[in-house]
Design a protein around this ligand. Sequence first.
Ligand SMILES: Nc1ncnc2c1ncn2[C@@H]1O[C@H](COP(=O)(O)OP(=O)(O)O)[C@@H](O)[C@H]1O
Ligand SMILES: [Mg+2]
Length: 312
Amino acid sequence: MTAADRLAKLFQSIAGRDWSRADAIALEICTDSDEKGHHAMARRLRGALRPNGRSMDNGRKQHVSSPDEFVNPLAALKPLTRAVRLDDVVLKPRWRRELEQFIREWRCREVLRKEGLSARTKLFFHGPPGCGKSLTAMALGHELSLPVYVVRFDAVIGAYLGQTAVHLRQLFHFAEVTPCVLLLDELDALGKRRGNPLDVGELDRIVISLMQELEHADPAGAVVATSNLPQHLDDALWRRFDLVVEFPCPARRDLCTFGQAIAAKFGLRLGAPLTRRVVAAKSFAEAETLIESEARRGIVRVIEAENGRAAP
Ligand SMILES: Nc1ncnc2c1ncn2[C@@H]1O[C@H](COP(=O)(O)OP(=O)(O)O)[C@@H](O)[C@H]1O
Ligand SMILES: [Mg+2]
């Protein structure tokens, strides 16, 4: 194929918004340059194609180790494999009902579609850290028998103008052809990226691209976005979601029940001093860490006592 043919195909793919094909052709052009001995040019083209491509120009290796990884949007995705049921997550009754309804609708999505109704597939979880947003996304994957992939934003954000939009398109394309839970975890991380290497204009463009993708996406599974700082997110972004769930700071009563369940797992009794610390925790994650530290200390004490007895 001549260079002109390749370019024509590349432009056709761009015109048809077939980003995976455009990527594949772009990569062919890089390989072709290499084969012709134009290594500097091949490096430059790959740098333009890859996430954070800027530093590729310096010949430094990025976290993207092979060209295939980038063509495949899985380079930006990390599978989460923790098997957790929705019943294992402490939720406010209202949100549990909503999520259970979501799961029931999703399971009936084919019938709903025939009736001219689409199942809800785009969820937004917000609330302080450590209160169960990511855990619930994993539980949804388990309940829907779908793999869960968390998006690595560092791999999505490209240094070149428009590159991030292409990456987002690839990710949503992936979610449309792959039944999975696509977890856009801590969406506000995008907001924190103001300045280096993005300017505010680029950030605005990213948010617009994200909104467009959400608007038009028809995920084969579900897309779950989470945020610890929802006030930093564009108001218009919220409207793109079918279901918004709040994960508030836990009440003392919930922390107490949760603490007892975690302690029981380790055969630990929650005494009054530890209970006081557990119910004062700011999140379930903090309460869990407190109990796990106590359990760890207890086990070490027992082992050391046994070793002491065994010593001559
Ligand atoms: N609502 C909850 N119910 C049960 N465990 C929880 C809950 N929230 C947090 N945890 C525990 O804390 C860990 C971290 O919570 P995570 O879901 O990652 O928080 P975030 O809201 O920041 O995404 C979880 O893996 C789980 O062990
Ligand atoms: Mg999280």
